[in-house]
Design a protein around this ligand. Structure first.
Ligand SMILES: [Fe+2]
Length: 179
């Protein structure tokens, strides 16, 4: 039913490279929250979880004299824009449906408004799910980016999410057939 699994996205070298930077443990925790919230908001769990997993892949490391400079980051960060673009390119490359790739990329673009001009942004439910999932795993001082996870545990949690997504999509498909 799905063209691309979460495991395919997660194990791709491009994903691994960027998640190394922004935190694998954080990405997986946000993906798990997004799965839970996707039920509450009745959005496609596959899109929500993929966007959540990839939401921070646009991060750049802001170092000054060997240390992370938070002010430099605040001033210059565009990680949501870069992440949306990287995620879209990656998803298309591994065969994702074009519509799904766009939905996922836009949800990544809007997962934070810290870089946008002040004003009211009216988020669609999918975008809201990704933003809420990110907030749910946030820790003070950006500590969520430094949480550690063992490789085999990370992969097991990704595979468990794939199973849950498949089960939810199968259930939804059979419900719509019965109407
Ligand atoms: Fe995040």
């Amino acid at each position: 039913m799905r063209r691309v699994t979460l495991e395919q996205v997660f194990t791709h070298p491009i994903t691994q490279k960027y998640l190394e930077r922004s935190g694998v443990a954080h990405a997986i925790a946000v993906a798990e929250y997004a799965y839970l919230f996707s039920k509450r908001y009745e959005v496609n769990p596959d899109h929500a979880v993929k966007a959540a997993l990839l939401h921070d892949i646009g991060h750049y490391t802001w170092y000054r004299d060997g240390e992370w400079d938070y002010d430099l980051y605040k001033e210059n960060d565009i990680h949501a824009i870069k992440g949306a673009s990287r995620a879209h390119k990656l998803l298309i490359r591994i065969g994702e449906d074009r519509h799904a790739a766009k939905e996922i990329a836009v949800a990544i673009l809007l997962h934070t408004d810290s870089y946008l001009p002040k004003g009211e942004l009216k988020l669609k439910p999918l975008q809201q799910v990704v933003a809420l999932a990110d907030e749910a795993d946030e820790e003070n001082g950006g500590n969520h980016h430094y949480k550690k996870i063992e490789d085999h545990v990370a992969l097991e949690r990704i595979q468990a999410l794939d199973k849950q997504i498949d089960a939810t999509l199968t259930e939804k498909a059979s419900q719509s057939e019965n109407i």
